[in-house]
Design a protein around this ligand. Structure first.
Ligand code: GDP
Ligand code: MG
Length: 354
């Protein structure tokens, strides 16, 4: 991949690997390198880039929103997520032991919402560096008694840079010292203006403790998702992100992945970051064994040969050979993306490739 980026750079085109290139350019490069390269990796990368470009619009169907919770420390991110999960009656009825897989699916009025547990700023940044947004909507939690704090601003900047919709949850409204109006006032400085003040940002006063406002918050998330018209094609090879992964003594590499496009099946060959393998078993966020996972669904998977990093892209492949070749490609692709992300406008060629 770095060879291609370098070649294009020398031809006057600055591209990163997750950027689309036109067919002519791709063909030119493919023809030139087919003879030279040792594996079909280079051609694979180009094919994959083109595949991404040709999304079949007819096959696109509505998908659930993927939501993360951001905000200053102690403003109630964890409490709010817990309250949201508790409010999900369907969970309780199922009675299953809720297993921690780093993401959870909540059902509201028959519609699903996927919550990512811990997109701490680091993992969040890592995902963005790979050019892949994990989330559609960020709940910005601001404590009503504390107001806008440094990490609140950081979260706003992250969300804006990633073009993620922000829904503001003003938390801890049960506290006597809560001042909802002050929080609204403070956030106007960051272009988050409530609808009743002529802006377009949704603000929901909530209490993770009393659960006040939680149903309204969930409804507002669904409303926001509706407006965003989130869609994906479930009828293609799966593609998505690794949310978290670890090595289990008995099970081997265990990874929680978020399917973003396509459908992942037990038995599929996949590459995830630098690892690859066949999906041996899958489990949903409630700990139930599942055979398939469609767009926006988080699942825990077994069968990878190694532990991938959180934030890595995974792709469903035609066979194990292709999966292995993708894994090799991703190793260098990650490197190129990192470089591309930190590059300044007037970098020298040396800076880029050393
Ligand atoms: P995080 O650091 O953003 O994840 O915040 P936590 O969820 O850990 O909450 C920090 C503290 O605020 C804890 O002591 C919580 O019990 C408290 N807290 C969270 N939500 C509320 C709320 O709605 N009302 C009140 N009174 N306290 C809350
Ligand atoms: Mg927390």
């Amino acid at each position: 991949p770095s060879t291609i980026v370098k070649k294009l750079f020398l031809a006057g085109k600055v591209v990163t690997l997750n950027q689309e290139i036109d067919y002519e350019t791709a063909e030119e490069i493919a023809l030139e390198y087919e003879v030279l390269c040792e594996h079909e990796v280079v051609v694979d990368v180009i094919e994959e880039l083109l595949k991404e470009e040709e999304e079949d619009t007819e096959a696109m169907v509505k998908r659930p929103p993927v939501v993360c919770v951001m905000g200053h420390v102690d403003h109630g991110k964890t409490s709010l997520l817990d309250a949201i999960r508790d409010s999900n009656v369907i969970d309780r009825e199922a009675g299953g032991i809720t297993q921690h897989i780093g993401a959870s699916v909540v059902e509201v009025n028959g519609e699903k919402i996927t919550f990512l547990d811990t997109p701490g700023h680091e993992a969040f940044t890592a995902m963005r560096m790979r050019g892949a947004n994990s989330t559609d909507i960020a709940i910005l939690v601001v404590a009503a008694d504390d107001g806008v704090m440094p990490q609140t601003i950081e979260a706003i900047n992250h969300a804006k840079a990633a073009e993620i919709e922000i829904v503001v949850a003003i938390n801890k409204v049960d506290k006597p010292s809560a001042n909802v109006e002050r929080v609204k006032q403070e956030l106007t400085e960051y272009e988050l203006i409530p609808e009743d003040w002529g802006g377009s940002t949704i603000f929901v006063p909530v209490s993770a403790h009393t659960k006040e406002g939680i149903p309204e918050l969930l409804e507002m998330i669904l409303l926001t998702a509706e407006v965003m018209e989130l869609k994906a094609n479930p009828e293609r090879n799966a593609r998505g992100l690794v949310i978290e992964a670890e090595l289990d003594k008995g099970k081997g590499a265990v990874a929680t992945v978020l399917v973003q496009k396509g459908t992942l099946h037990v038995g599929d060959s996949i590459a995830a970051g630098s690892s690859h393998g066949r999906v041996r078993a899958m489990m949903d966020d409630k700990g139930r064994r599942v055979k398939t996972a469609g767009p926006s669904m988080p699942v825990e998977i077994l069968g990878l040969n190694d532990v991938p990093n959180a934030g890595e892209v995974f792709v469903g492949c035609e066979n194990e050979k292709e999966a292995r070749s993708f894994a090799e490609t991703f190793i260098s692709q990650g490197r190129v993306n990192m470089l591309a992300d930190t590059k300044s406008k007037n970098m020298s060629l040396d800076d880029l490739f050393t």
